[in-house]
Ligand binder design. Structure first.
Ligand SMILES: *[C@@H]1O[C@H](CO)[C@@H](O)[C@H](O)[C@H]1NC(C)=O
Ligand SMILES: *[C@@H]1O[C@H](CO)[C@@H](O)[C@H](O)[C@H]1NC(C)=O
Ligand SMILES: *[C@@H]1O[C@H](CO)[C@@H](O)[C@H](O)[C@H]1NC(C)=O
Length: 377
């Protein structure tokens, strides 16, 4: 009897020990599990947000935060930097709403697109021009790859550089850069007018006049004319037929202003691009012929056939005159502005140019001194 009793107590003891052992294991697992959980949660928080932050700054998420509101489709991308290559960018930029009526009050903006090599030496003049007109313009800068403009947060040029690639004068890479500027600017639905400028350009009128002149025009300001001789028709190659015939071949200044509809045609075009890329190489300067010819064929009735940018070719040679410090005076601008007439909405007018080039960095001081009297800003 005693034996069985003690045997029983030994068994119970063994049983309790077993239970404790299992509980022990269980606890260890629990603690381990918890630890793994906490560590991984922190890892996700740390690396996750880091990843999210980097995608946010490099990728365009139009409807990331407010999936349900119209606002996120209307407002421009938070940053101009992205990781799309040209194929992806052009595809994205050419999205067009099927319904042309905007379901909100859309204030059309002008996109000022600066095609530059390095710095913008005349930017203080432009700052003065833009001041007080927020909401009516946006700025895009395509510079040499790797070149970083250094502007403070208070500048209108702050954070306005777009992903850029090398562009060479007279080469198809120049047209690629122009398309890249257009496509980046098109990502902002409010942009309706697209103006191509260089670092040597200045505004010859104040913002109010520029805005009214461009928005009230029935035509886009793309130079497009038929020129006899070696620098015009002489650059045409019969290999471009049948897409482009000699009669359709046009020449025009690189510095254009186009509306959104024409910008769309320029970015989406593949047909003419292929022809020009293959058959218009120096001494055929593709940036003087591709868009003027293509738009002349597709939408001649939308073109003013003249550029808004004043350039002085009177000195002859392959490059226009550059104006420096000693050229700048009230008389100089009186001479170049308003001395010749042109057509604006079928009316003869004397205000033909809103921008001028080429101005050297040394011209900045004198320009700032006379801008309010002469240009009205
Ligand atoms: C862009 O990337 C896509 C996908 O990798 C590729 O098919 C396309 O050729 C690229 N385009 C350019 C211009 O590099
Ligand atoms: C520009 O030229 C085209 C083609 O010659 C013509 O159809 C169009 O009316 C011209 N634009 C203006 C404003 O005259
Ligand atoms: C713009 O220029 C015109 C003509 O020079 C002038 O009458 C007008 O007051 C100017 N507008 C502003 C906002 O400065």
């Amino acid at each position: 009897m005693q034996e069985t009793n003690s045997l029983n107590s030994v068994r119970t003891l063994q049983k309790t020990a077993m239970t404790f052992k299992i509980l022990h294991f269980f606890l260890i697992f629990l603690v381990l599990g918890l630890a793994v959980c906490i560590v991984s949660m922190n890892m996700i928080r740390y690396f996750g947000t880091k990843n999210m932050a980097s995608t946010k700054s490099s990728r365009f998420h139009p409807c990331y935060d407010e999936m349900s509101s119209l606002e996120c489709w209307i407002k421009p991308p938070p940053t101009l930097m992205h990781t799309m290559n040209d194929t992806e960018l052009f595809w994205r930029a050419t999205f067009v709403p099927g319904i042309r009526q905007y379901p909100y009050r859309r204030v059309p903006k002008m996109a000022f697109m600066f095609l530059t090599r390095g710095p913008l030496p005349l930017s203080p003049l432009w700052e003065r021009f833009f001041r007080g007109n927020e909401g009516l313009y946006s700025i895009y800068i395509h510079s040499s790859p790797g070149y970083e403009l250094d502007y403070s947060r208070s500048s209108v040029f702050y954070g306005r550089q777009i992903p850029s690639q090398a562009a060479e004068w007279g080469q198809i890479s120049m047209c690629d850069a122009e398309k890249r500027l257009l496509a980046n600017a098109m990502l902002d639905l409010s942009n309706e007018y697209f103006i191509l400028l260089s670092e040597a350009c200045i505004p010859l009128r104040n913002f109010t006049i520029v805005y009214r002149y461009i928005t009230k025009s029935w035509y886009s300001f793309m130079g497009s004319y038929d020129e006899e001789g070696p620098f015009g028709r002489g650059r045409y190659s019969p290999s471009m037929a049948p897409e482009v015939t000699l009669e359709q071949w046009r020449k025009g200044s690189q510095w254009f202003e186009v509306n959104r509809e024409l910008a769309l045609r320029m970015v989406e075009d593949v047909t003419y691009y292929t022809k020009f890329k293959e058959f218009c190489k120096p001494a055929c300067y593709v940036d003087e012929h591709y868009f003027p010819t293509m738009l002349h064929i597709q939408t001649p009735h939308f073109l003013a056939n003249r550029s808004l940018t004043y350039t002085d070719w009177s000195r002859g040679g392959p490059h226009p005159a550059t104006f420096g410090k000693n050229d700048i005076s009230t008389e100089f601008f009186a001479r170049i502005l308003g001395s010749r007439s042109c057509y604006y909405n079928h009316r003869q007018v004397y205000l033909c140019h809103l921008f001028g080039r080429k101005f050297a960095p040394s011209a900045l001081g004198p320009l700032l001194r006379l801008s309010s009297d002469v240009f009205g800003y």
